[in-house]
Design a protein around this ligand. Structure first.
Ligand SMILES: [Zn+2]
Ligand SMILES: [Zn+2]
Length: 522
């Protein structure tokens, strides 16, 4: 039993070689040659959870994206590119899944699994470099009464100029500097912490920590709005959301261009976000006494027959109440770090590594000690009944029907990411990149790498006709599908052939360099 399983060793070897360990097999019909074969697609390009190899590759892509945009010297031109084959495939696949979901719905079946698939696919569609939602904006945005509009904080305001580039500075000897910023923003204190663990768990404000984490991404949006207003230009950023040791999310942000350090701190201090949601002060339903669903009516209190207000009704009520207060106001903590960074310096490289350091880990994954595990468990408990979004079933606990209410909902049974131990309240994206950052989508950065390798190998990188191939899923048990161990080892062999070839080219190139210098020296 001490002997390792060969299948596991194959996976280990695949990991060491940067080969995807959870490849997705697809049948590919080549319309030009008529050849049909099974092709492995890295899992990173589909719904499957990421494997270390794909995660690492994604991280490297993000680093390239961050580097290219940070100190851009020319204004990016924004014209959307034609969709790539992968993008088209994803959208087609989504259409297929939507059809199956709709079929399930009309057959009166539970669609929640399909819905979850669609949500995941929409994320994949964005991750593949497509902006927005395939369905466009499906729900008209609610117009809130002007009274509720959040005031712009009291900050200096510069006249807006139509540029995304920061200022440059020229020294007397004509050298041009392009300074930029690296900013770190944290959330406030919830109680004294030692080694990432509350000193006194009883008094640590878990409720607030949970609520702040849920609304953190909105706060970041506000910060960017305020930053642009003060800076007076279309500030671009590349940011990543990462866990602090105390498990609160915090933000590292590379900003193109520069502002006085004091001003950035002033903006962070003045930025806040008000959450205009119904109150959750009073627990109205818990234990055995939960609202019951009635078709055509909605959720009602089985004791009194009272139908609970719908989400829209609850918001209308809030709008009409002059004394209403926001459910929550989230602000940054006092700890704001602002650092000036010059392009092309080791300093800039270090920041880029820092920005992508935790990208391959989930927020709740950096837990090592027993005390931290307990801390994480209390955090998750605080999130259990916290409404994470208008559609969260937890609203039933506070006597409100969630937006889009349907049968089978119960408080504490929300399936959204926010409540899960891996996410700890923050369900948003881990990497936030403004639209005019590197002027390239992630898919284009991917293509850059591919082109580079192909050129090094002396192969033409001819664009393939997107209509050349027809892709179909492979059914489990397909006799043509080799066992996964075999497929992994095949990929490893291929990868090693490429590597060897690249090394050979490299050696040849550096050999030429050496002989060139040799001649010069002679
Ligand atoms: Zn993979
Ligand atoms: Zn929820």
């Amino acid at each position: 039993m001490a002997q390792p399983l060969a299948r596991e060793v194959a996976e280990e070897v695949a990991k060491l070689n940067g080969v995807c360990v959870r490849p997705v097999a697809l049948r590919r019909l080549d319309l030009v040659t008529g050849k049909e074969e099974i092709v492995d697609v890295p899992c990173g390009a589909t719904l499957e959870s990421k494997c270390p190899s794909c995660a690492k590759r994604n991280r490297q892509l993000r680093m390239a994206q961050c580097r290219e945009g940070w100190h851009l010297a020319e204004e990016p031109v924004i014209t959307p590119d034609p969709a790539t084959e992968e993008q088209r495939w994803l959208v087609e696949f989504r259409a297929d899944m939507q059809a199956r979901r709709d079929a399930a719905a009309s057959a009166g079946e539970d669609t929640s699994d399909w819905d979850a698939v669609l949500v995941g696919l929409d994320e994949e569609i964005n991750a593949a470099g497509m902006r927005g939602h395939v369905l466009g904006r499906t729900v008209p945005k609610r117009v809130r009464s002007t009274r509720r509009r959040q005031d712009a904080p009291d900050l200096p305001k510069r006249k807006m100029t139509n540029t995304t580039l920061g200022r440059t500075f020229e020294t007397s000897d004509g050298k041009v500097y392009r300074p930029s910023l690296f900013v770190t923003l944290t959330l406030p204190s919830y109680g004294k912490v030692r080694d990432g663990v509350p000193v006194d768990p009883e008094s640590y404000d878990y409720a607030r920590a949970a609520r702040d984490a849920v609304h953190f991404s909105k706060l970041v949006d506000r910060f960017v709005q305020n930053l642009r207003r003060v800076a007076g230009y279309d500030v671009q950023y590349f940011a990543s959301v990462e866990p602090q040791k105390r498990l609160a999310p915090h933000l590292h942000m590379a900003i193109r261009g520069t502002l006085p350090r004091a001003e950035v701190k002033q903006i962070a201090a003045a930025t806040y976000h008000q959450v205009w949601w119904p109150s959750c002060d009073e627990v109205r339903f818990k234990g055995e006494h939960l609202p019951v669903w009635q078709d055509g009516v909605g959720y009602l209190d089985s004791d009194t027959g009272e139908v609970l207000p719908t989400w829209d009704q609850a918001l209308d009520e809030l709008d009409q109440d002059d004394d209403a207060k926001p459910l929550h106001v989230v602000r940054f903590g006092a700890q704001v770090d602002v650092k000036g960074v010059l392009s092309g310096t080791p300093d800039a490289d270090q920041c880029i590594r820092y920005l992508s350091k935790y990208l391959t880990k989930s927020l709740g994954e950096s837990i090592d000690s027993r005390a931290q595990q307990e801390h994480a468990a209390r955090f998750v408990e605080a999130l259990r009944y916290e409404p994470c979004s208008p559609t969260c079933p937890n609203w039933l606990r506070y006597g409100v029907q969630p937006k889009g209410a349907k049968a089978g909902m119960a408080p504490g049974r929300c399936r959204s990411k926010a409540h899960k131990p891996e996410h700890l309240g923050y369900a948003g994206r881990r990497v936030l990149v403004s639209r005019k950052w590197s002027n390239k989508t992630l898919a284009e950065h991917k293509q850059d790498r591919r082109t580079w390798v192909l050129e090094a190998l002396g192969q033409a990188n001819e664009p393939t006709d997107p209509h050349r191939f027809v892709w179909r899923p492979v059914k489990p048990g397909d006799p043509d599908l080799a066992p996964v161990g075999v497929r992994l080892l095949r990929s490893v062999a291929e990868r090693q052939r490429w590597r060897a070839h690249l090394r050979e080219l490299e050696a040849r190139a550096s050999g030429q360099d050496l002989s060139a210098t040799g001649e010069e020296a002679a």
